[in-house]
Design a protein. Sequence first.
Length: 135
Amino acid sequence: MDQQVNISMEITRIGSELSSVSVIMPTWNRTGDDGKIYAKIPFLGIETYGKNEADLGVAIEEALTCFCLAAEKHGKGLECELAFLGWTQLTTTDTSHSFLKAITDNKAFGSALSTGDTRALTVNVPPSHLVPEFA
């Protein structure tokens, strides 16, 4: 049986500024010895935690936001940083929209990915978050 795993991201910009990011990807949760719920977000190389499921959802959204902001402020831009992590740009409608996908061609890899909880998130990034406070 061929497992189809959807791991995708849509990036929206206003001018050259990041505006929003919509992402669909699996995460893996486990309860730690300390009672916290830990989530791995492997396609971004992130792990975060929360005290319960609701708190974990917020933590995952905050981790995605921080990843995006760090890529924009300290990296070469979100699209480029994702390319370093193995993401492939599928289309760019213009400079304001990009669609990327993490490729999972290996059947065993795809099967393992299908065991994670799939999350769909949209993070809106106000332009003020990208301006250094001391500027």
